[in-house]
Design a protein around this ligand. Structure first.
Ligand code: SF4
Ligand code: SF4
Length: 396
């Protein structure tokens, strides 16, 4: 197989936030310190090498790129300040932009001012679009769906979800095709027979259950040095509650819609705090607001090496998640306060507009890692020696 060097790769990854990779002289300190390198004596140095010599295809087809949780331990130990942890983060931003064929992700990452203006205009568009169909603001009860028709919100939400699924699947297919070709994993490896299905099932559980939802390696390996930090301030916990909160809110929204479809409860009807869907939404909202607030504080304070440098893309995602969580609570407060606060209607409109924007932009910004990482970890688990009859294939 011929490997073509892309001499512009190094400069490209630097645009996405990497520091001076020429400083790396392959001493191996980062590999020695990285908690994830126990079975791979070249991780993460191999990624640095790919970037240095222009091995673009090898970089974009590396499942290992997504194993890294950006703990920053390698950067702390690097004698030349080449910042390998930040290189890995920049390479993942570059990968997200490369998997997306529309060019939107690339522009969001490389033109942060344009991306910010675009994000503001998109939220304004959603708000104005829904406001054009607005009805009266009842002063007897906070009738949010009299103000903005429920049907309009649901139909707009369905269109947004369809667009996101199309854009997301295109990017994931691009990524999976690259990794699969390199690893020698095809449809038959994954689905061809009972043994393959059993192996794939175990890999799926490992990537989605243990690693993504359970944050296993982040929790056990990347945080092993941080036992002095209170559990509620540990990075894995903050990351986990943010993820769980986001997923919980998506689930609560879907269930609320489902209950309305089957005629059990109309959307937006006030229900007691213990009502399961409301309870789920409340707990998930608390998690999301806590997680994003802690992340913002840690980034503002540059609390450790992993957040010493923040790219504009980091802020965009955090701010959108935080606004979605806080306005969701504002809406809940308005729904259950005595009297009818007029501001509740505007918080509702703002909340819906930002939530739709967040979902629509997901495939084009850092949030995309919530899908790309489990896919890559699925390939990692397929090749794991502890997974019987593991998939093996050519390594670049
Ligand atoms: S520790 Fe620094 S200089 Fe050494 S291999 Fe890693 S990135 Fe290169
Ligand atoms: S940031 Fe952490 S997980 Fe990532 S390569 Fe460095 S030491 Fe390993």
């Amino acid at each position: 197989m011929t490997t073509t060097a892309d001499l512009g790769l190094y400069g490209e990854i630097q645009k996405f936030g990497a520091t001076d990779m020429t400083a790396c002289f392959s001493c191996g300190n980062c590999t020695a310190i990285c908690p994830l390198s126990e079975n791979d004596a070249t991780f993460p140095r191999r990624m640095i090498r790919y970037a240095q010599v222009g091995m673009k295809d090898a970089l974009l087809s590396s499942k290992e790129l997504w194993s890294c949780y950006h703990c920053g331990e390698c950067s702390e130990s690097c004698p030349t300040d080449a910042d390998p942890g930040e290189l890995m983060a920049a390479a993942r931003r570059y990968a997200i932009a490369s998997y997306d064929r529309t060019g939107i992700a690339r522009n969001m990452y490389l033109r942060p001012m344009l991306g910010t203006v675009f994000a503001i205009l998109l939220a304004a568009f959603f708000a104005l679009f829904m406001y054009t169909a607005h009805g009266p603001q009842s002063s007897e009860s906070l009738a949010i769906f009299t103000f903005i028709p429920e049907e309009l919100i649901h139909n707009t939400g369905i269109v947004v979800m369809v667009l996101v699924v199309i854009a997301g699947l295109a990017g994931v297919a691009n990524m999976a095709r690259r990794i699969g070709r390199r690893e020698g994993v095809g449809w038959r490896t994954v689905f061809g027979g009972r043994a393959a299905l059993a192996r794939s099932g175990r890999a799926l559980w490992s990537s989605l259950g243990r690693e993504s939802l359970g944050q296993m390696r982040y929790r056990v390996e990347c945080e092993s040095e941080r036992e002095s930090v209170a559990w509620y301030r540990r990075r894995w916990f903050i990351h986990a509650v943010t993820l769980w909160g986001f997923l919980g809110l998506l689930l609560a929204t879907g269930l609320d819609y489902g209950l309305a479809l089957v005629g059990i409860k109309a959307t937006g009807t006030p229900v007691p705090i213990w009502y399961p869907v409301r309870l789920l939404g409340t707990v998930a909202g608390i998690m999301l607001v806590y997680g994003t607030t802690m992340m913002i504080i840690n980034r503002v304070r540059a609390a450790d090496r992993s957040v010493a440098r923040s790219a504009p893309a980091d802020w965009t995602l955090l701010v959108l998640l935080w606004i979605t969580g806080v306005t969701g609570f504002g809406l809940e407060l308005a729904l259950y306060l005595p009297g009818v606060p007029a501001w509740g209607y505007w918080v509702f409109l703002f909340h819906v507009a930002v939530a739709m924007e967040l979902v629509l932009l997901a495939p084009f910004m850092k949030l995309a890692h919530a899908v790309y990482r489990p896919v890559a970890l699925f390939f990692v688990a397929l090749a794991d020696p502890s997974n019987p009859a593991r998939a093996t294939g050519p390594q670049g």
